[in-house]
Each structure stands twice: as C-alpha cells, then as structure tokens.
Design a protein around this ligand. Sequence first.
Ligand code: IPT
Length: 983
Amino acid sequence: MTAHRAEHAYVEDHSPGTGRLAPRAAFTSDAPRLSLDGDWRFRLAPGTHALTDCFEDPGHDDTGWHLLAVPSCWQMSGVPGPPVHGAPAYTNLVFPFPVDPPRVPDTNPTGEYRREFALPEDWPADGSATLRFEGVDSCFAVWLNGVRLGDGKGSRLPTEFDATAALRPGRNVLAVRVHQWSAGSYLEDQDMWWLSGIFRSVALLHRPAAGVRDYFVHADYDHRTGLGTLRVDCDSPDARITVPGLRLGLAAGESATVPVEPWTAETPRLYDGVLSTGTERVPLRIGFRTVSVENGLLLVNGRRILLRGVNRHEWDPDTGRTLSLATMLHDIRMMKQHNINAVRTSHYPPDSAFLELCDEYGLWVVDECDLETHGFFLTGWRDNPSDDPRWREAYLDRMSRMVERDKNRPSVIMWSLGNESGTGQNLRAMADWTHTRDPGRPVHYEGDWDSGYVDVYSRMYADHAETDRIGRRAEDPTTDPALDEHRRSLPFVLCEYAHAMGNGPGGLSEYQRLFEQHPRCQGGFVWEWIDHGIRQRTADGEEFFAYGGDFGEPVHDGNFVADGLVFPDRVPSPGLVEYKKVVEPVRVTIDTATRTVVVHNGHDFAGTGHLRFLWRVEDEGVTAGEGELSVPHVAGGATAFVPWPDDLTKLPDPAVERWLTVSAVLAEDTSWADAGHEVAWGQTMLTSPPAVQVPPTGIAPTTTGRYVELGAGVFDAYSGSLVRLGELTLDGPRLDLWRAPTDNDLRGWRGSVAAQWRAAGLHRLEHKVLAVDSDGGALTVRTRVAAAGTDTAMMTAYRWTADPTHRGRLWLTVQVEPVGEWPFPLPRLGVRAAVPASYDTVTWFGAGPGEAYPDTCAAARVSRHSSDVTGLQTPYVYPQENGSRAGVRWARLDDTAPEPTDGLLVLGTPHFAFSVRPWTSEDLDAARHSTDLVRRDRVYLTVDTGLQGIGSASCGPGVLPQFQLPTRPTTFTIGWQTAVPAS
Ligand code: IPT
C-alpha cells in the first residue's frame, strides 16, 4: 500500500476508531469547558485522492477557504437556496454506492475543517483535556496542533479524544477531516437523507485530576412500599452524592432507601442532586422508576403502560440533522400537547439534550442504537455485517457508546439494538452485553421476530387482524416450538405502525381499540413524527419542500421521505390531530338515557386532578348553554359517572339539531401547555334534526330556446347542466368519481388501487348526455359516464326539482348504476360544480374543523365551522387528495367580492362530504410539489355521498373493508340554493 493509501485506510476498515477514550455518561460539571461551535474554515474535496496538502499543519494557510458553521450538515449549507457544498441525497434501503463492504467509492466527498482557538488564560494546568465530538457523519480523523489524536466512526454517537499532550497555552489549531462514506456507512443505512459533517457540537473539556470520569445512577422505585432506592456507582471512589430534597448524603456505591415520588412520563418527578469529588461537582437529575417485564407485560413501577408513541428522526427543513435546543423543545411540547407519551429515537440516539428534555417533560423513550444495514436486504442479505464476526467490535462499540452516554436518563425505559439489520450473532452480542451492563432496562430489536435475545416482541406494520391475534397470544407459530413459547411470554409493541405518509394514516382508532382491549398489546409508535422535506424556493421565490430526486440524485426514493405527522416546518398535519384524539388519555362519553357523563381515566398513573371538565350545548352549531361539570377525582384506570348539571337538563328543547360536547382541559399552566388546553373531549347528539322534506315534484320546468328554467335554476337545454342559480353563474354539478391519488392509494404491498383506477380511466371519464327531459314537474338528465376504450360505464341520472316552499332552492337526486366490471372500490362518489373564485368563504354545519375521511374522522367534531378556501387545503409535501370535510348537513359558500352576490347553500339528506378547492383534482394529480398548484378563476366544489377510506398502504395495511367505498347502484340527494340570507 502506498503511504497515501495507508494514511486513509481507517476509512474503509471494520474498526470503530483509534485513539478514542472509553465511552461514558453524558454530563456537564463545574469544570471548565470551551465550546468550539461556531464558524470553522472548510473546504470540500471529491475524494481522498484529491487531497492536496497537509491541511492539519498548524501553519497551513486557510484564508481562502469557505466558512462553515459547526455544527451543521455541509450539504445543507446554502439552503433554502441551492446547496453550496455537494447536495443532500435521499435513499430508503438502497445504498447509493456499490455494495462491497467495507469498501466505499473513491468518489468520497471529504471535508477538511480547521478551527483556531485560544485556550483561556485561566484554563487549569492540572488534570487532562478531552476533545468531545457529539456527532460527526460518517468518519473522521482529528489533529490538534498537527498531532494526530485519532479517528472515529459511528455518526450519531459521541467520540472523545485525549487532547492533553497536544494542547498548548494560547493559540491552538484543530483540524478535522470528515469523509462522507466509510465502512461505517454500511451500518448507517437509515431511511433518510445522506448528510455529512460535524453536525453536533464540539467542545474542549477540562478534566480535573480526581474528577468524575463516569457514573451510573440506579434509582429504583418499589410501588408496593412507595420507597425509592438510590445508588450511584462512580469510578471516583471518593465521590459523594447529595440529594437535598431527600436529605440524602451517600458515598459512591452506597445505597439508601427512602420515601419518594416516582418518575413516570405522566408525572416526571426529578430530584436534584450533586455528585462531587474534591475537584468536581456534577449536577444530577434523578428520577426513581423501575422497568420490568413480568407475566408477559412491560411494567413501569409495577403497572402496565400503554405506549402512545411516535418514531422521531432529528429533522429540520433548513439545517437537516442539526437541531437547535429550541427545536427539540418544540417537538417535545408538541408531542405532549397531542397526547403522545413515548418516543422511539428512530434510528439512532438523538442529541443527548433531547433526552434530558424527555426526563424533564415526561416521555417514555426507546433509545435506539445507530445501526441499520437495510440495504443488504436488496442483495439477499449476503455479507450482512450483523452476522460477520469482523464487524462484532463495531456493533458492540456502537451499543456501548449509546448505553454509556444515556444510562442516567430515567426517560429511557428500553434500549433498542437498531433497525432493519437482519439477524445475526453481532446483534445477539449487543443484547448480551447490554443485559449485563444494565439489567434495569429491557432490550428491544424488531428485526428478529423469533425474539430469542430480546425482552419484548416487536413488529412493524402488522395489520389489525394480526395484531389482534398477537394480542390474544395466538400468533402464527414458527418452526421452533421452544422459541414460540418464549415469544408468547413477551409483551408486544408495534415499534412502527400507521405510516403517516401524505393524507392519513387511516385506521388509527381500530389499532387503539386493540391496544386497549389486549393487555399484551402495549401500544406502538406511529411512523413517523416529521416529514423530512428540505426547504427550497422556485425561481419566483415561492417556498416548497424538496424530497428525493430534487437534487438530481441518480438513485433515490422520491417522496417516501415525507411521511410524518407534522409537515417539515412542524405545522401539525391532520394525522397528528387525529392521533391526538385517538390516544387521548381520558375518555369522555355521554349517556343520554341516564343523563350521565362517563369519565374514564386512561392514564396509567396520573389522576384527573389536573383537569377541568367543561360542557357546551350547541343548537345547529350555535351555543345554547355552557358550564363546568364537577367531576370527582378519578384515579388512573378508574371511571366516574357524573350526572348532568341542572343548567343542562333545564335547557328548553330546540327546533334544530342539538349536540352536547364535554371537554377535559388543563386546570393550570404546565411546562408544555397553558391552562385551558384541551386534552380530551366527547360529544353526542341530544336532539335529532327535523327531517328535510324533498318535494317529489314541484314547479314545472319551462323551455325557452337554448335554456330550461326550473325555479331559480337555468339549465342548458342540450347538456342539461345547471348554468345559473339565481344570480350565480356556475358550472353545474356533474358526477365525480376521481380523486388525486394519495400516497396510500398509490403504493401498496398488495398492489396499488390508484393504478387500478387509472387503468380503468377514472381520471378521464367522458359524460355522454343521453336525454334531457323536462316534464312531470322535474328536469331529468340521463348520462352515460365512461372512459375511452372501455365498455364499462356508470349510468347516471340527474333529477332536478324546484322546492315550492323554499325560494331559490333546487333539489338534485343523482342515481348511479355501474354497468360492467368495476372490480375496485371507487375513489369518491359525488358531484362537482364550479363557481367564481370570489366565492372563497365556506361555513358549514357538520364535522370539522379539519379534514376527515371515513377512517380518519375521530378528531372531527360536529359544530358550525368556517374557513376561507386556502384554509380548506392541506399542503401535503406531495400534492394529493385532501381537505374533504365530513358529516356535513349544510355548507354555504360566500362571495367576498367587493360587491358580493348571494351565497350558495348546499344541503344534504342526511349528510355529505365536501371539498372546496381553488384548483381541480386533475391539477392536484398532476402536481409534484405544492408550488405546481396554481389558482384558477373558479372555485371547485365537490359534494360527495361517499369517499374511499385512507388506510396506510404506503407501508402497511390498506383500507379496512368497512371503510371502502363499494361500487354499486346508489342514489343521493343534494339541495342547492341561492338568495340565502347571511346568518
Ligand atoms: C421501515 C423502516 O424501519 C423505517 O425506517 C421506514 O423506512 C419505514 O419502513 C417506511 O417509511 S422498514 C419497512 C420494510 C417496513
């Protein structure tokens, strides 16, 4: 090997690094610390072969170099403008380079970083100095003042070097060379953007002689006695621990048992303490809790817990995997506000500051190791590192660096070996090591369904039926009865489910029911928290979020990277709102027969003392009475039955539809939401609506030349379509079966329903008018709706009548009858009309305020809602069907032009769904990014009698049978009215 090649050999060897210090707990202390974050000098070479000179030489002239922020991902610099250094690239499984472990391509972008710093004058002369990198992607070597300190791999894990000998008083020069690809890349094939660089903080730490190197807090809680037992192991034998709140003073290794309040995600009680040696003081935040698996259940403090979780990648649309503390806190507050109680740190340990926040705010954490070898699946798992002894050290290194770093976090209740890495001896070795090092936490790994060396049975995307079987401990057997028996003894979690890609996920309520029904099903983690979109701008400066392929990657997985409950800018998507309702920790139901409000407290620990209960009665969406319900304190798991208050029972009967809603809101401000924040709610109908009368026939139509007049309506005599209603000119309602396919329609393990729809031509239906008959007090238009090249059709009859009792109101009864083969559910069944774009305000009485589809409608409540047209659109990163409002009794569109005309009122018998868009479904279908959608001079109103459910087929089960829209003869009636008095 030439000297030049030998110098870079570490990039491609199995070793996790050289010259590194042993891993230890993350902590700060009173010892001096110099942050090295800030602007560094930076240059990027296309590969090690192209490195020109000794950049590590302290005298090297770097004045012509770029400046790059540390921490940052170098491909993100320039964003939201064009990336300056290389570009982000997205693949899910596939390695973006030839699979030849441990070798990587010669075209290996290599960043050279330099940073000068002055050692503070008061920097202590004793002890040692440690250079700490919280995260460098993917492999790096470090020089201080020209002295090589070592090298390392393991991107999302800390690495420390001893800097003592190389450190000088005054000026110091730190040089770091970072390689985009390394042997470590084979272990870091997570489904995310490939990004590189020093992406977490760097610091120089003074380590006092006889200071604390490492410590391990053991703080158990015995729920039978209410006593906590504290022992802090520390490798400084003279260390002492004090916890003033518990009046404790202990030596390292000594234990004490005292009454404590336990830590749980619902009640995150932390005790402040101090660990001190003669030379260093380390603040401690201690949470007492005991995690165990007993009788097939995962317990914390002796109780079964229910995980209402999300998978969280670290993501920011402007900075990639570099996150500010404010962003981490924002995530946690949003999770708490949406009733989420658990996080799986998919698929690598997060910034350790995030876990400290989890301790403080209260979230159960499954801390996952930085390991994924998923790309080997595509090559038949040949050479998978998980079963190759040459990689054993790297696997153990990664696991120990995570466990050692995070072992003092009470929020971490489980260790996860990694994700999608196949099976093999190295995974078992990780589990074995972890069990020995930390017997206090169960070990998780999904990739080996036999679960031979883990403590919970974990799966991803199992459908409802299989989850139900597993819940009954009746899962499909394997070939090994002994393993089956072992697995049946384990609790079950869905480490990923409900793929939140685009519109959806559907079917959440049905999963939750299984989790609440079967003790073994301890909940799961929705995939995933956030869309990993990258902010970009069009030539016109309009912002959009980029996904795979947008940076010209030759190999990529498109928008599969945008599958979160929040949009890239952290605006909640409807999926998050739905999840909040589905997992609400308190269930409020209303029993009209006994006039009782039933409050079930689904918290695992907390009582309802932090909540107030408010009731409101609405008559057709208008408040008719409200007040507070006095609910006794309900313990976790218990139920209270509360009689309706007098004020409620005494309300006079209304002439319209009446609903009662009861909300549970925070009584006081918390760290994550203000007083009044709604946690849970329930509602029920108290008085049903008066039946809508549709007159069978009415005013007779009259034909004058090209037009037919019927009441307030004017129809084209040839096409039979409504062209005017009162003062309003419109493109009258016409059958609509098409929706812009959602990600879940498009993809699917069992094929794509959207492909079937498209093959059948549902997106290009032609409407052939067969007859226009104006007699018998009605206008009847018969059509045959069909796609080119097929002889299947939807025979469609529109029957219009004018309502003699309501001026300006027409009734339309649509009758559809499929002819020929229709072997799939329909996307939608409704009619679409278009009105001038100035009709841009919508008010409706029905479910809302957000979008709701048959299997995503838990969060929509019946009330009177209103929105402008923009507010009715959901800006999915990849444009698709969105925005439909469900359970609508009536909706009115109002014209907000300078001289407004009458509004348009649409009425259902009984209910319909509507969407109102400034563009068509065809426009939505054609768009690839939000900025492709251009407003038209019309507003398109679709009124649906049925919609296909959403499901989660983009990765998981499709639409459950009960939420599919069957193709069968259907009749529905809609009222259309203008001259509506604004109310
Ligand atoms: C699963 C992965 O674990 C996760 O990282 C993500 O890629 C998800 O799929 C899809 O978005 S693996 C899949 C084979 C079920």
